[in-house]
Design a binder for this molecule. Structure first.
Ligand SMILES: Nc1ncnc2c1ncn2[C@@H]1O[C@H](COP(=O)(O)OP(=O)(O)OP(=O)(O)O)[C@@H](O)[C@H]1O
Length: 277
C-alpha cells in the first residue's frame, strides 16, 4: 500500500531523512516511534505528497502520493482547523471535497460523531472547544473520506483517557476494515493496544522494524524478589527460570516476587542507546 525506499531530505544543515525506508500493507497498523527530530513528521509529509524528498522514492498504491491524495487521511501533529467554523461544517466541507454527497455524507458524519464522541459539540465553533475535543475533530476530518491510507502524527498528544480511547478504537476499527495506518506516538503502550507492528526511527532512518514480539525477543526483563532480610534484583532474558533459581538457592520463602517482562519502552531505550553517537 505504502512503500518508501531510501528517502533523503535536507533542510539547510539538518538531514531530516537519511535513507528512510518503510513499507505498510493494507490492514496493518505501523507504530512509528523515535526521539524528537528523528524524521517521523518529515516522512509523513513525503507520504502525503506535501513535500518532495531530495532522493529515494515513495509510492501509495504504486503511485505518486500527490496524485492519490483522495485516498489518504492525515491527522497532523499541530491542530489545523478553522476556529470560527463548527465541527459539523468542517466535516461537511472536507467530506464534500472528498466527493461525498447528501445521504453518504450524512452517514459518515453521524458515524464519526458517534465513534469519536463529538455529538455534544457538533454545532459549536472549533475555537471554543477543549484541546481534546479539537483533537477528536481533527481525527474526524482525517477520517471523513474513509481513507485507505491513514497517517496519524501523534494524534493523542495531550489527550485525556476518554479521547485517547476513542481515537485508538476508531484507528483499530479502520485498520480492521482494511486501511493501512501509520501512527506516531511517544506513548508506547498505545502501540500494544493497537496490536501495531513497530518501526523505530533514528536520525532520519528506520533502524528496527517488526512485530513487537519479535523485537522484544531476547531483551532482558527483570526479577525482584524480596526476603525478610534482603532484596534480590536481577536483569535477565529468562525471568521465570531466574526466579526459580533464586528461590532454590535461598531455601526460604520470599515476602514478595515481582516479574517484569521486557516492554516496548525497554526496546526503545536499548535501540536508541545502542545506536547513539
Ligand atoms: N520545514 C523545516 N525546516 C527546517 N527544518 C525542518 C523542517 N521540518 C523539519 N525540520 C528538521 O528536520 C528534523 C526532523 O524533524 P521531524 O519533525 O521530521 O522529526 P520528528 O521525528 O517528527 O520529531 P517529533 O517527535 O518532535 O515530532 C528536525 O531536526 C527538524 O528540526
Amino acid at each position: 500500500m505504502l512503500k518508501a525506499e531510501n528517502l533523503t531530505k535536507r533542510y539547510g544543515r539538518v538531514q531530516a531523512l537519511a535513507g528512510f525506508s518503510l513499507e505498510v500493507a493494507a490492514g496493518e497498523i505501523v507504530g512509528l516511534v523515535g526521539h524528537n527530530g528523528a524524521g517521523k513528521t518529515t516522512f509523513i509529509e513525503t507520504a502525503t505528497g506535501l513535500i518532495r524528498p531530495d532522493g529515494g522514492r515513495v509510492t501509495v498504491n504504486g503511485q505518486d502520493p500527490a496524485r492519490v491524495r483522495g485516498i489518504t487521511g492525515v491527522c497532523p501533529q499541530q491542530i489545523g482547523l478553522y476556529l470560527s467554523t463548527t465541527v459539523r461544517e468542517h466535516l461537511r466541507l472536507f467530506g464534500g471535497l472528498a466527493g461525498l454527497r447528501r445521504t453518504a455524507l450524512r452517514a459518515e458524519i453521524d458515524d464519526l460523531a458517534e465513534s469519536l464522541k463529538l455529538t455534544s459539540f457538533m454545532d459549536r465553533p472549533v475555537g471554543v472547544l477543549s484541546g481534546g475535543q479539537q483533537r477528536r475533530t481533527q481525527a474526524a476530518v482525517a477520517l471523513i473520506n474513509r481513507p485507505s491510507l491513514l497517517l496519524m502524527d501523534e494524534p493523542t498528544a495531550g489527550a485525556d483517557p476518554e479521547t485517547r480511547q476513542a481515537l485508538l478504537d476508531v484507528v483499530k476499527q479502520r485498520a480492521s476494515e482494511g486501511a493501512a495506518v501509520i501512527y506516531t506516538t511517544h506513548y508506547l503502550p498505545e502501540l500494544t493496544e493497537l496490536a501495531a507492528t513497530i518501526a523505530v526511527a533514528r536520525a532520519g532512518a528506520v533502524i528496527a522494524r517488526g512485530s513487537a514480539a519479535d523485537l522484544l525477543d531476547g531483551l532482558p526483563g527483570e526479577v525482584l524478589v524480596t526476603f525478610a532480610d534482603a532484596e534480590v534484583h536481577v536483569s535477565t532474558t529468562d525471568p521465570t527460570g531466574t526466579l526459580l533459581e533464586i528461590l532454590r538457592d535461598a531455601g526460604r520463602p520470599p515476602i514478595a516476587v515481582d516479574l517484569r517482562k521486557p516492554s516496548l519502552d525497554d526496546l526503545y531505550r536499548s535501540l536508541t542507546v545502542s545506536y547513539a553517537h
